[in-house]
Design a protein around this ligand. Structure first.
Ligand code: PBG
Ligand code: ZN
Length: 323
């Protein structure tokens, strides 16, 4: 007997009518990695389909993205020269400032988000200035630098700033820094609940940002902590964040739901490098139907409570949604 559940699943049109959760191209932000030089497009072995690109190649890539309907990108800079403070990130002519200017000039209709952190720019690979005694990042000196870095991004033309360093008080510092010089209209999307995760492994190859000693456990969160995860995001809301984030995504679906239910702010999830590479490698090994597993994963993020998905899969998802 076909009763209340199965009779609603018989007809594909009715299945469509009853679908509760949807993935749209507009849900996505696509990450891009920028290196200096010209004509550079290096594929990263651990992340097939992801490239380090020079600005001219990024500009071509933006045209491709727009054809697919993707108008939002998040930028990561890979500077030529790294030092103890990450000076390239604080310079108006640094890699990221130059990239923002060129991209906005060529593609004024692109929504340009910038990742705000120091790990790609420091020679030690940590997310800020080091405290020599504690041998980890000095919180408050880093806050001053984050505010400066945010202003550099905003001046260059960034549309939204996304601080990812997990410093205490970072949203207050960045908001004040931006407001003081006339950028109160620039929203902040905080990496508000970011775990210390082994899923970031492949990203550190692309961004050349692996810490040279130790790890990030004194600033990123312990994956085991749920209450602290909610508090971290609520704190950023209090400090004035406009959008919250959970990162990584796949192993943290419960946290996505928890934060969605504890805050009225829009919520982003970062479908990180290791999550992407797992699907790629499983597909190469012939053990999964890649497209279907990818779409099921995206639907899962939305169902869990995500409004925005930052993903290396964005182009592939767009292709599937478009046809
Ligand atoms: C920088 C940053 C990281 C990611 C985004 N911004 C790496 C890290 O914290 O080590 C990870 C993204 C990914 O794995 O795709 N703080
Ligand atoms: Zn960092």
């Amino acid at each position: 007997m076909f009763t209340r559940f199965r009779r609603k699943r018989l007809n594909p049109k009715l299945r469509d009518l009853l679908q509760e959760t949807h993935v749209r191209v507009d849900d996505f932000i696509y990450p891009l990695f920028i290196k200096s030089g010209e004509g550079i497009k290096n594929e990263v072995a651990s992340m097939p389909g992801v490239f380090q690109m020079s600005i001219d190649e990024i500009i071509k890539e933006c045209a491709t993205l727009k054809e697919l309907g993707i108008y939002s990108i998040i930028l990561f800079g890979i500077p030529d020269i790294k030092d103890s403070v990450g000076s390239d990130a604080l310079c108006e002519h640094g890699i990221i400032a130059s990239a923002i200017k060129e991209i906005k000039k060529a593609h004024p209709d692109m929504f340009v988000v910038t990742d705000l952190c120091f790990c790609e720019y420091t020679d030690h690979g940590h997310c800020g200035v080091l405290d020599p005694i504690l041998e980890t990042v000095d919180n408050d000196i880093t806050l001053d630098n984050l505010a400066k870095q945010a202003v550099i991004h905003a001046k260059a033309g960034a549309d939204m700033i996304a601080p990812s360093g997990m410093m205490d008080g970072m949203i207050t510092a960045i908001r004040d820094g931006l407001d003081m010089v006339g950028y109160s209209h620039i929203p902040i999307m905080s990496y508000s609940t970011k775990f210390s995760s082994a899923y970031y492994g492949p990203f550190r190859d692309v961004a050349e940002s692996a810490p040279s000693f130790g790890d990030r456990r004194s600033y990123q969160m312990n994956p085991a902590n749920r209450k602290e995860a909610i508090l971290e995001s609520l704190e950023d809301e209090k400090e004035g964040a406009d959008i919250l984030m959970v990162k990584p995504a796949l192993a943290y679906m419960d946290i996505i739901r928890d934060i969605k239910e504890n805050s009225m702010l829009p919520l982003a999830v970062y479908n990180v490098s290791g999550e992407y590479s797992m699907l790629k490698m499983a597909s190469k090994a012939g053990v999964i139907d890649y497209d279907r597993v990818m779409m099921e994963t995206m639907i899962g993020f939305k169902r869990a409570g995500a409004d925005i998905i930052i993903s290396y899969h964005a182009k592939e998802v767009a292709k599937l949604l478009n046809n």
